[in-house]
Design a protein around this ligand. Sequence first.
Ligand code: ZN
Length: 898
Amino acid sequence: MTELEKAGSELSQAASPKTIYLSEYRKPVYLLDSVELRFDLHETRTRVYSRLAFRRAPDAETQAPLKLDGNRLELQALKLNGETLAPDRYVLDDDRLVIENPGPCFELEVETQINPQANTALEGLYLSSGMFCTQCEAEGFRRITYFPDRPDVMSRYSVTVVADKQKYPVLLSNGNRQEAGELDDGRHWVKWQDPSLKPSYLFALVAGDLACQKDSFTTMNGREVSLQLFTEAENIHKCDHALMSLKQAMKWDEDTYGREYDLDIYMIVAVNDFNMGAMENKGLNVFNASCVLASPETATDQDYYRIQSIIAHEYFHNWSGNRVTCRDWFQLSLKEGFTVFRDQEFSADLNSRAVQRIDDVNILRAHQFAEDAGPMAHPVRPDHYIEISNFYTVTVYNKGAEVVRMLCNILGREGFHKGTDLYFSRHDGQAVMTDDFVKALEDANAIELKQFRNWYSQAGTPELTVNESYDAEAQKYSLTIRQHCPSTPGQNEKKPFHIPLAMGLIGRSGKPLPLSLENTNTSEAKLEQMLDLTMPEQHWTFSGVEEKPVLSLGRGFTAPVKLSLPHDDEALAFLFARDTDEFNRWDAGQKLAIKIALKLMNDYSAGKALQLEPMFIEAYRSNLNNSVLDKALVAQALSLPSEFYLADQCATVDVEAIHAVREFMRRQLAEALADDWLRLFEENNVPLAYRFNAQDMAQRSLKNLCLSYLMELDSLDQNKVGYRQRCLQQFQKGDNMTDVLAALSILSQHDVAERQQVLDDFYNKWKHDRQVVEKWFAIQAASPLPGALTRVQALMQHPAFSIKNPNLVRSLIGRFCATNPVNFHLLDGSGSRFLAEQVLVLDELNPQIAARLLQNLSRWRRFDQTRQLLMREQLERIAEHQGLSKDVYEIAGRSLEG
Ligand code: ZN
C-alpha cells in the first residue's frame, strides 16, 4: 500500500459503515463469461491467480468503470488484455478495485496474496484443523480475489489447486475433476471444472489430508451419481447416517418436486471450524462437523434428526438456491425460506408430521416472534442492511418458510407444485427475486396474490382477536376475527395481511361437527374449513350447527400469527384432550399452561403462596395415560412451554418469576403424578440396540422426559424409590448418547453429590471427541444452578476450550447467555458485562460470531428497569468502542435506536 492509500483506508475505517438499500439496486454493468482460477496454497502466503473474461451488458452505459469487490487482499499484479495496467488506470481502496473504461469485451488478470492462517473470521479461504477450506456466502469471495462479488453475476469456473502433496493429498473444488499432476518440489495439482453457471458465493475449495467414504445414487433418469463424504480419518466411522440421509433427500426431491441432481459427483466435507451449520456450494458442500458426523455412542437423537434435515436442506439448495439463485442479498429468503420449507416437509414425511410441526412452531414462537417484536425486526425480504451476515435470521429462514407454507396452503399441494415447476423452469440459471417466486405461483394457478405479498415486505407478527357466538335456536355459529400488526422499527402503519386459517368445530362428545358456511356455494359440508382472513375485521357464519361447539382454529399452525381465542380453561382442557388435529391438541395444552403460568406469576410477584390447579394436573394425567397417542406427541404434550415463550407472553419479562413458576409447575406435576411418571419410565426403559427411527426416538424422548420429572422428586425421596439411582445408572450403563446425555443433563441441573463426578467421568471418557466435548461444555453452561457464570469462566480456561472455535464459543458462552436466564440476568449485572467483554474479544477475531452473541442484549427493553439499565449500559459500552466490525456496529446501533 502507498502512503496515500493507507491514509485513505484509515479514513474510510473511521467513517461509520454505510447502509445498503434495496431501492438502490442496479443491474451489473459487466457480465462474466468465464472464470479461471489458480490457487497456490501456502498456510500464510497463498497466491491466487485469476483470469476473468468480461463483457459489457448490452444495455449498459459505454464509459462505465468496472467495479470489483476486494477485502484484505494484497494486490500483486493486474493486467488488462495481457498488459500490466498503469496505476493511473485504476483506483484501489479498502474494499474496491475500480478500473476506468475497460472496454466492451476484455480479459482481466489479477494476482492476489492472502493469509489463510491469519483468517479467524472464517470467511474466504482459511485453515481449520490443518486443512484449507473456503466459505464464500455471503461476501467471502472478495477475501480471495478482486471480483464482482454479487449473486447476479453468474459464470462458469475452472479451478486449479496446487499444494504440498504430503500435507494436502486431497484437493477439491466445484464440479468435475478434470486433470491432475505432480510438480518437482513435492507439490501436486488438481484441475476442476464446473459446468454449471454459478455466482461467486457458491465457490468452494478444500485441501487436506482427508479420508473419504463413498456411496452412490441412481437418479430418476438412471444416471449414477458418486456420493463422497470427506472427513478426518478418525471420524470416518461417523459417515453412514449422513450418506443415508443424502440418498433419502435425493429421492424425496425427485418424488416430490420432480428435481433431479445435475452433476455426476456430490461431495461433502466436514470441517471443525465453521460459522454456520453448513453450506450448499455447488457439488461440494462444506459442513460444520457437528452437523454431519454421527455414531450412536457420540450423537443424540436430536443430532441424528438435525443431520438428516441439514443434509437435505443443503441438497435441496441445488435447485432452490443454486440453479435458481438470488438477484441480491435482500432476496435471501427466496432460497432460504423456500429451502427450509422443503426440508421441513422432508422431515415430516420421513418421521412424524405432527412432531415436526410442533418443533418448528416452538422455534418460531420462542425466537422469531421475539425477533419480530424487538429492535432487529425486519421483513422476510429486508429493505436495508449494513452487514448482510446479520440477516441470516429466524425471520428470513423460519418465517420465510412459513410464508411459503401459507402459499402451499392457499394453492393446495397440486397447485403449489404446478407453481414450483413453472418457477424452476422459467428461472433456471437466473438470479431472481422473491417476487418472481410469487409470480410463478400466480401464473401457474391463474390466481392473484397481491395482498399476500405484504408478508414479504412488512415485519411484525399479526395478532388476531377471535370472538364467537352461538344461536341455539337458529343453530348458527358465528365467528369474528380481527387482525392487528404492531408497528416495528421504520414501519408504523401496516396493511392487513392475507391470513389462511384452518378451522374445525367440535361437539361436546368430541365429535367433529360438519361445517356449512353461509354465503358460499359449496353445498357439501366438510369437517375442516380454510378461512381466508384478508380484512382488518371479518365475519363468518356456519349454519346447521346442532350444539354449542368448541372452536379449533389455526389447525396445523396455518399462519405465523398470535391467536387470542375466546376459550376459557375448560375449553382449552377439552381441546387438549379431544381435538382431532394433533397440532391443535398439543397447542391447547400449551395455551392452558400459559394461562395458568401467568396467573401464578402474578401470585409470585404478590408474594402469595403458589398453588397448581387440580384440573391442570388432571389434564396432564389423562395425556400421560393416553396409550393411543404417538409417544412423541405424549412427550410433547407433557412438556411445559419454554421460558422464552412464556417471556413472550409477558408485558415485562420477570426472569425470576418465570423461572420460579415454571419450576414450581414442574415439581407439582412431578409430585402429583409420581406413580404415573415412574410407571411410564419403566415401561419405556427397554434395552434396544440404537436405531434412528421415529418410533424408537419417541420412546427415548418419553422415557427421558419421565426421568427428568422424577428427578424433581429426588430431595423428597423418603421412600427410597431411587430416582437419582435410576439417573446415575442410565448415565453409567446407557449405550447410546441420547440416554447418557439426557441423564447427565438432568444430573447437572440438580445440586447432588455426584454432580461433579459424573461431569468429570464424562469428560475423561470423551475428551478425544470434539463433538462430545462441545456437549459437555453446553450442558454446564445451561445449568440453572447458582454460580453458573463462575463455572463458565473457569471452563473458558479449560485446555479443550478455544475462543477461536465457533462451536465451542456457541456451546459455552452462547449457551450461557442465551439459555440460562436466571444466571445471565443476575441483578449484579455480571451476565451482561461478561457478554460485552466477550463480544469485544470476539469482534477482533470473528465478527459474525461476535454479532450473534450480542443479539442477546438487543431485547433489553423487554425487561424491568434495573435490568434495562444494566443491559443498555453494556450496549453503549460496545457502541462507543472504536474500530468495531460492521456486524457488531449494526446490532449495537439498532438495539439502542428508537
Ligand atoms: Zn440454506
